[in-house]
Write a protein that binds this ligand. Sequence first.
Ligand code: HEC
Length: 150
Amino acid sequence: MKINLISLIITLSVFCCSYTIAEEKVSNNNTNLDKRQSLGLTAAEKADFLAEMRQMLTSIQGIMDGIGTNNRALIIKSARYSGNRMARETPDSVKKKTPGTFKQLGGPTHMKFEELAVRAEDDEMSELAALTADLMKNCLACHAMFKVDK
Ligand code: HEC
């Protein structure tokens, strides 16, 4: 009898516990919890847009690698990749969808990559690291505000 009671308690607590976990999963899927503004991109626009984003992360990796190994050519090459070239390549359809606040963060981000490429010619590595950290504030600010999905 004692054993039966214990196993009943165990069964109940496992049931309660899994119920709570299941409930949490449902609420995590609730898009209302994600307050970021949607850019409402199509599937194709989204694929291109996110590929460019990953390239920007690749640029940051190259820049940090260059700063760490004193490789100015690598910093310049990595920064140029996400500079004006990338800004020019943004498709018109995406440009039309993005609001002013997005553009105010996006444009200057590419400009800062260009600035970094120029300053990497002879600035101190510590200054280049500080400039990269400053540039990355734009990544954070925009990510806090926008998402690609509807
Ligand atoms: C002007 C806005 C903006 C700026 C600036 C910006 N991003 Fe993004 N990024 C976005 C949006 C919007 C998404 C999609 C987020 C979502 O839908 O959850 C994104 C997604 C990403 C992703 C995920 C890619 C994927 O495949 O899912 C990476 C990585 C990323 N950004 C890197 C960066 C880096 C690094 C920087 C700065 C050097 C940066 N972004 C600057 C708007 C921006």
